[in-house]
Ligand binder design. Structure first.
Ligand code: TRP
Length: 460
């Protein structure tokens, strides 16, 4: 960006690079850590169906809208709205995104730190030969320790800052390209082992035979919030990345491919985890520790299990980094573009501030576990520790951001500008234009508003 050349905006160099970077942003802890544990908490198959619905109906069109906005404006999350709708309050959407980025990365860094700790445990043999119960105790002891989670979180954030300092082409793109496909291979191997365990069948039922009586509004909000989280939507990350996509690229195809890749990885992660959850008698609703307790059991049942354990946690950490950089990049690009900060100054300042907030949040699982903040869910105020509070807040902020983005693309931008951008000025056929427009004008906003209002006030 500004440190590289004054005239040409830094961007992705190739078609594969864009997909890899956008998929690298989308695929992360959301797919492998969060998706399984919220699926477990919300009863399995029915929740997954709602989630898939949210991805197809709302996620894909909103991703496309973010790409359109960013590439049209050639700006960061705030600047894009200022450029496309000067003198209007639409840029608040960008500010909301900056806020959400800050909040998300602060807890994301903590969980990514957990994966580094587990990588260390896998290397040092600390996970071998433990029962499900013992693994649960290892996890609980670790996250409630005052210092250990902070140590690993700081290490992860330092790595994230280092990559973002490198800029777009040299940093983000290079890492995503090779390592994401490798993660897919490892996950598929894990899924095969998990599905063939004795007692896997109950897990398959949990994943594939829906029980709609388990669905409530909170589950639907969780599905919607997670659709945004998993696809990296609702806070301008894909606006920012969109601004780096070359003009000739097909945005519709890119959005579709990234969404499919992201969803496939989440489902494969589910296949790797749930059969094992039932086979080893773990509670599906065990919460944020689910992956960290379940998969070490699977490794224990595999030939070369300790090698797989090391590879898995290493690649999960990489997946987390390619996501974390996209979150940090939203704030960095904003300061660089709007205030002409240097990339170095903005990356350090923001990175360090987020690390400090995250370190405080990590205490919500331990030394500050008794500090409860109120949250309005389903018409009731419930108390949550600060760590969970931030995660739940992000489930609400992202759909609000997504709502504004859909309305902006649907009602504020001129149809001919949308058509020009989607078709790369006539290069691509865009038979889906009308249906896309109808979705972002009516369907997506109505669905988001309904889920959002009913989950807060308990209307449904
Ligand atoms: N999608 C990432 C994951 O699933 C997390 C993430 C990266 C994100 N960038 C984002 C979430 C922007 C929301 C917004 O792990």
């Amino acid at each position: 960006m500004s440190n590289q050349t004054q005239t040409v905006r830094d961007g992705f160099s190739s078609r594969l690079g864009i997909i890899a970077a956008a998929a690298g942003s989308a695929i992360g802890l959301g797919n492998i850590w969060k998706f399984p544990y919220i699926t477990g908490e919300n009863g399995g198959a029915a929740f997954i169906l709602v989630y898939l619905f949210c991805i197809a109906l709302i996620g894909v069109p909103v991703m496309l809208s973010e790409f359109v906005i960013g590439r049209r404006a050639q700006k960061d999350a705030v600047g894009s709205f200022k450029t496309l709708a000067p003198g209007t309050p639409w840029f608040f959407t960008g500010w909301l995104g900056i806020t959400a980025a800050f909040i998300i990365l602060s807890f994301y860094g903590v969980v990514a730190g957990w994966t580094l700790h587990y990588l260390y445990l896998a290397i040092s043999g600390g996970l071998q030969g433990l029962s499900a119960e013992q693994l649960g105790a290892v996890f609980g002891g670790f996250i409630s320790n005052p210092w250990q989670p902070i140590f690993w979180q700081v290490l992860f954030m330092a790595a994230t800052i280092a990559v973002v300092l490198g800029g777009i082409k040299n940093g983000i793109e290079r890492y995503s390209k090779i390592l994401m496909p490798l993660l897919l291979v490892i996950l598929v191997i894990l899924a095969i082992r998990s599905v063939t365990l004795d007692g896997a069948k109950q897990g398959m039922q949990f994943l594939f035979s829906p029980d709609f009586s388990k669905l409530n509004v909170e589950a639907i909000l969780a599905a919607l919030g997670h659709a945004f989280f998993s696809l990296s939507l609702g806070m301008g990350a894909m606006i920012t990345y969109g601004s780096y996509i070359q003009k000739k690229e097909n945005l519709g195809a890119t959005a579709l491919q990234v969404s499919i890749a992201d969803t496939a990885i989440a489902l494969i992660a589910g296949l790797a985890i749930f059969p094992a959850v039932f086979a080893f008698g773990i509670e599906p609703s065990a919460g944020p520790g689910l992956v960290f307790i379940t998969l070490p059991n699977v490794f224990g049942q595999m030939a070369f299990g300790s090698v797989f354990a090391i590879l898995f946690f290493a690649l999960l950490a990489v997946a987390a980094i390619t996501s974390a950089i996209s979150i940090l990049e939203v704030v960095v690009a904003y300061l660089d573009d709007e205030f002409s900060w240097s990339r170095t100054a903005s990356t350090f300042t923001v990175g360090v501030a987020i690390t400090i907030v995250g370190a405080i949040l990590s205490q919500g699982n331990g030394s500050l576990a008794d500090l409860k903040l109120p949250f309005l869910l389903n018409g009731e105020l419930i108390g949550m520790n600060i760590f969970d509070w931030f995660i739940t807040l992000s489930d609400q902020l992202l759909p609000i951001g997504g709502l504004a983005i859909a309305l902006f693309a649907g009602w504020k931008m001129a149809k001919k500008d949308i058509a020009d951008e989607l078709s790369s000025s006539g290069l691509w056929k865009i038979a889906y234009l009308e249906i896309y427009r109808f979705t972002v004008r009516i369907i997506a906003p109505a669905a988001i508003a309904f889920v959002f209002l009913s989950s807060i006030f308990g209307l449904a």
